[in-house]
Ligand binder design. Structure first.
Ligand SMILES: NC(=O)c1ccc[n+]([C@@H]2O[C@H](COP(=O)([O-])OP(=O)(O)OC[C@H]3O[C@@H](n4cnc5c(N)ncnc54)[C@H](OP(=O)(O)O)[C@@H]3O)[C@@H](O)[C@H]2O)c1
Length: 373
């Protein structure tokens, strides 16, 4: 790094350090993760039995089961793809860079030479790209020796953006990647999940940071990110929007679980949420490097920082939970679950969010798909 770049980086770190967003992350996120661990260990403190689920291997059927992992080119997604390839799944790897996808396939093949993988280039923040993916995936399944269905969908792709960027549809890029893209993809892939000869699972990867949201609006303007921008003082409210997007993903997961129950499809498709805790991945790539290194150092000292290989446990626990496990929040590995925040379990709010997101998407290529859900 040249001197000029070093000075720029230090200047950026200085400004970020004195921003309310940094202190929101340092204090509220720390409180949120500690509260999650308190919930995890509470049953042991009071001699109660923690709620946990064993892992089940995929049911044997004529053809190999298929699993779709978004954001599989790095961190937790990469670890999840590898773990599920070892379980015998054909893993569909979804990423936004052709080069990273090729590298990911090489890496997983090096670790597990029997892995069966297929890569798709998809930008989860673009609804057009998500719609195209649905068509390509279906065609690929039809052309393969596999059953035309999927058994697991893991909505893992996510970003922590520190500057405002708008997608082609006019949404905030962070909300679009972390929530709207997952909402659209899940609804578009429901027919393939429904066609599964064995029960299918949807795992949404969320975060303990959702606990930092105490008051929330779920109208179209807020979901698209426009309201955050209007209330923006000087800098992009990155921490706030990240927490919000993760809360939306949770509300959506529980609402989908309720709707599947109402439609008597709850025996066919199960929806769970996985929270990996604090994991050292590339998620903080936009945060000034000096500050992210400092944060990792402190978190390591506090024994809160995990490797992707360990953090992925909650995702795999959710993906391999026994049929019937739905609406659960996996955290802490060993199949353990805890409760998410009270706000995330507000059914009225979830219903409103579902409606406003559907309205937002109705004018995009997603609406043209004639999705009846
Ligand atoms: N790390 C943590 O402490 C932590 C804690 C709680 C929850 N999580 C959640 O875990 C999930 C995985 O994050 P991570 O920590 O593994 O971070 P990561 O290493 O940055 O991985 C994120 C993945 O998402 C992909 N991605 C980002 N935007 C995308 C888009 N528009 N379209 C398609 N793929 C996209 C990235 O692809 P590129 O490589 O091309 O950018 C990458 O493969 C996220 O949802 C995150 O919010 C993480």
């Amino acid at each position: 790094m040249g001197l000029c770049n070093l000075v720029k980086e230090l200047w950026r770190a200085y400004f970020f350090f004195f921003s309310p967003q940094f202190w929101r992350m340092a204090l509220l996120w720390a409180f949120s993760i500690l509260y999650s661990y308190y919930q995890l260990f509470k049953p042991y403190l009071f001699s109660q039995k923690p709620v946990s689920y064993p892992r089940c291997s995929p049911s044997t059927s004529a053809s190999r089961p298929v699993c779709v992992v978004t954001g599989a080119t790095s961190g937790l997604g990469l670890s999840a793809a590898y773990e599920l390839s070892k379980e015998g799944y054909v893993v569909v790897i979804v990423g936004r860079s052709q080069q990273l996808l090729a590298e990911t396939i090489r890496k997983i093949k090096d670790w597990n030479k029997d892995a069966r993988l297929k890569a798709f280039e998809v930008d989860l923040s673009s609804i057009e790209s998500v719609v195209k993916f649905k068509t390509s995936l279906r065609q690929w399944l039809l052309d393969s020796d596999l059953h035309c269905s999927i058994q697991i969908l893991i909505n893992n792709a996510g970003i922590l953006a520190t500057s405002h960027r708008v997608t082609a549809e006019g949404y905030d890029q962070m909300i679009s990647t972390n929530y709207i893209g997952a909402f659209a993809l899940t609804k578009l892939l429901l027919p393939l999940l429904e066609s599964s000869p064995v029960s299918a699972k949807i795992v949404n990867v969320t975060s303990f940071t959702h606990r930092a949201v105490t008051d929330v609006k779920v109208d179209e303007e807020t979901v698209s990110g426009k309201r955050f921008l209007r209330s923006m003082c000087s800098s992009y409210p990155c921490a706030h929007i990240y927490e919000y997007s993760k809360l939306c993903l949770l509300l959506f997961s529980y609402e989908l679980h309720r709707q599947l129950c109402l439609m008597a499809k709850s025996h066919q498709i199960f929806v769970s949420v996985a929270d990996p805790g604090v994991v050292k991945t590339n998620l903080m790539r936009e945060v000034p490097a000096i500050l992210s290194c400092l944060a990792f150092l402190v978190l390591k000292r506090l024994r809160l920082l995990q490797s992707p290989e360990s953090g992925v446990n909650s995702i795999i626990d959710a993906a391999l939970a026994p049929p019937g496990t739905s609406g659960a929040y996996f955290f802490g590995g060993k199949g353990r679950t805890i409760n998410s925040s009270a706000l995330s379990r507000n059914a009225k709010l979830a219903r409103e969010l579902w409606e406003s997101t559907s309205k937002l998407l109705s004018v995009t290529p997603f609406g043209a798909e004639g999705n009846s859900w």
